[in-house]
Design a protein around this ligand. Structure first.
Ligand code: DLL
Length: 432
């Protein structure tokens, strides 16, 4: 069990003192070692020595993904290459990958926060954890791996894909924990049914799912399919990887490990810091990372923060499940739409599978959205009247939630491609 009570249950003043100390030291490291930050501080008229308190964070400049690209690959590293022991990279949709480096101490910190995350979900040394996140430059596989070993669990480092082998290992090695994306978890759940594996042969108890947005309704669906309790783990490679925040057993938001990663919520347009409970863009300052600390990094993820003690005893600030990314927000006839809103409507219906796609097109200068909804085996029918009834109900529910209509297209079971990693839910045909 890796529960740092001193840190995770600290009162606000203790936490702020700690954050202030770490922030001051980080600014100094940046100033001394990275021309990018040195120039930025100079441009903004900031004397690094003046920053002594976390309350001053809001005076400091932001860092964006564009800054990472401009300094590709190693321009934001604060340590010499001899101190870097690992590099990860996430492939963006366009251009160069985003590169992150780790020192020995960063790897240890990462293992610590993932181990704390797993402990939050009640995972311990008696567990066997099947890690079906990708191993490689993506941070999911190796990130979970080191943390799972730190709690002393038995690790099955199977990586992603090869669903048959996943099921064989799961049953033969009696995995109690499954770690993968929620969309792949849903696929594994369906495959268990399809292969006719007896529920008695599946020993899973807990899922550690993240790396993509997923709704509470999707959680219920996956929990039913796999007969487990599913927990949300959040993270991004720029900050460290998985283990930036995690749900505890109360499941009332993800606790952020704010002794290492200080979160803020900003208005993405005005860049003003927003108070607790207000939806905005999540920003992180990684005060303890050595190789590539980040100052006020704009994640583009949209969520809300909540301070205050949780029933689990932790005082670490909580972030709500991410609504989505600012880049994934669609504007359909003037209305903002997030894929997660569509997902919550679809997953509440008994006839649908957890697989769907949104196709965005531009017709007569207006964006249109087609929702491809996969119907499950029990409800797929030869009767046009029955299918039309389902289609109408989806149409009605989407309209009541979003206030706009969409083109609802029902597709047959197993026709939407299954993802083994992050699901591709949006197909944008506007720029073809
Ligand atoms: O996805 C790290 C990770 C691996 C997290 C395994 C959890 C589990 P990236 O590939 O850099 O890193 O993608 C980061 O994925 O900014 C979010 O938009 C999204 N994301 C990650 N976790 C969640 C989550 C990994 N629990 C980007 N809920 C982030 C919603 C998530 N979105």
């Amino acid at each position: 069990m890796i529960w740092n009570r001193g840190r995770e249950c600290a009162d606000r003043q203790q936490m702020q003192e700690l954050q202030s100390r770490e922030l001051t030291a980080m600014i100094k490291r940046m100033q001394e070692n990275v021309p990018f930050y040195r120039d930025k501080f100079r441009e903004e008229g900031i004397e690094p020595g003046d920053i002594r308190s976390v309350e001053q964070l809001k005076q400091l400049p932001f860092t964006t993904k564009a800054d990472l690209r401009d300094n590709y690959p190693f321009g934001l590293f604060t340590v010499p290459q001899t101190d870097v022991v690992r590099i990860h990279a996430s492939s963006g949709t366009t251009g160069k990958p985003t590169v992150v480096g780790y020192t020995q101490a960063d790897i240890a910190l990462w293992a610590e926060v993932v181990a704390r995350s797993l402990t939050m979900a009640g995972i311990h040394s008696g567990d066997t954890i099947q890690i079906a996140y990708g191993y490689g430059p993506f941070t999911g596989g190796l990130g979970l791996h080191y943390g799972a070993e730190k709690v002393g669990a038995t690790v099955i480092p199977i990586s992603t894909g090869n669903t048959k082998k996943q099921l064989q290992f799961m049953t033969d090695f009696k995995a109690t924990i499954l770690a993968c994306t929620p969309s792949y978890a849903a696929h594994l759940g369906e495959s268990i049914l399809k292969e006719g594996i007896s529920p008695a042969d599946i020993k899973l108890r807990t899922g550690v799912f993240g790396a993509e947005p997923w709704t509470g309704e999707m959680r219920t669906e996956i929990e039913k399919l796999l007969n487990i309790k599913a927990y949300d783990i959040y993270g991004l490679s720029e900050v460290i990887g998985p283990g930036v925040s995690m749900e505890c057993e109360c499941q009332c938001g993800n606790h952020v490990f704010e002794d290492h990663f200080i979160p803020e919520i900003i208005d993405p347009d005005t860049l003003e810091v927003l108070p607790d409970g207000v939806l905005g863009e999540l920003v992180f300052t990684t005060v303890t990372k050595e190789a590539m600390p980040l100052l006020r990094y704009r994640t583009r993820d949209l969520t809300r923060l909540h301070h205050g003690k949780c029933d689990c005893g932790r005082t670490l600030v909580r972030m709500e499940k991410c609504l989505g990314r600012t880049d994934d927000m669609l504007i359909i006839r003037g209305v903002n739409v997030f894929p997660s809103q569509v997902e919550s409507v679809l997953m509440e219906m008994a006839e649908t599978t957890p697989h769907y796609q949104l196709i965005i097109r531009r017709e007569n200068n207006l964006d249109t959205m087609e929702i491809r909804v996969e119907i499950n085996e029990e409800n797929w029918s030869d009767s046009i009247r029955e299918l039309e009834g389902i289609r109408r109900r989806i149409d009605h529910n989407i309209k009541s939630l979003l206030g706009i209509g969409a083109i609802i297209k029902l597709v047959e079971p197993n026709s939407i491609e299954r993802s083994e990693g992050k699901a591709k839910r949006i197909i944008d045909e506007r720029h073809r």
